[in-house]
Design a protein around this ligand. Structure first.
Ligand code: GRF
Length: 219
């Protein structure tokens, strides 16, 4: 039974999607903990209601990033994870943390990386006139929002899209690709070769959704 730890900062809809897929698809895995740097994170209530252990490691309680990274890393390590998935975790993690969990550490970013690392991805994609937008699940490396790409989703940008409508449609696809990526990790189905990630069974590492309607709650 593989052990999954999820890190959140807010709403936690990707966390919910992973927890639900794990149960529904009978993965040989368990979400053993949900950690947040913010005690107000709405997603904590969902985890608690499902009987998942939660813990808050508040970044404001630490003198600097290295101290926070150390405390967070110790809390994660105590759960003996096989997979650590950042699911809307809004703190940049330093090299020390990343190296501690490298190879086990995934993130989801709401853009088609390497385009638009950082914040306000949908606004920037609209401003840039992109005709496709999307999300990327990638292994975390010390550089922000880079690292070997596991799976990407894409949606067309509609003429009347604004930041809100576009982000909701992309988020609905995040809920499809992130569970898939975590499942592949649990199954040991990924092999990393430089920046390229190979899925053992040749399953598509992309998802194009033409007609997705946002199922997710507004953000
Ligand atoms: C998602 O758009 C994710 O890609 C980004 O932050 C958002 C988190 O949403 N990293 P949620 O907390 O999973 O609902």
């Amino acid at each position: 039974m593989k052990r999954i730890v999820l890190l959140i900062s807010g709403r936690g809809s990707n966390m919910e999607a992973i927890v639900q897929a794990c149960a529904r698809e009978l993965w040989d895995a368990q979400v053993v903990g949900v950690l947040s740097n913010r005690s107000e994170a709405a997603g904590l209530a969902f985890a608690q209601a499902r009987g998942i252990a939660t813990q808050v490691v508040d970044h404001r309680a630490y003198a600097d990033r290295a101290d926070f990274d150390g405390a967070l890393g110790d809390a994660v390590q105590a759960l003996q994870p096989d997979v650590v998935a950042l699911a809307g975790f809004m703190r940049v993690l330093g090299a020390g943390f990343v190296q501690r969990f490298e190879g086990r550490l995934l993130n989801i970013h709401p853009s088609l990386l390497p385009a638009f690392p950082g914040l306000h991805t949908h606004r920037r994609a609209l401003q840039a006139g992109c005709r496709l937008a999307g999300a990327t699940v990638h292994f975390v490396t010390p550089e922000l929002d880079l690292g070997p790409i596991v799976i990407q989703s894409a949606v067309p940008v509609r003429a009347d899209d604004d930041e809100d409508t576009l982000s909701r449609r992309v988020l609905a696809t995040e809920h499809l690709i992130y569970p898939r990526a975590v499942r592949w990790m649990v199954e040991g189905a990924l092999r990393v070769d430089g920046l390229r990630v190979h899925q053992r069974d040749g399953q598509p590492q992309w998802l194009f959704v033409d007609d997705v309607e946002p199922l997710a709650r507004p953000g």
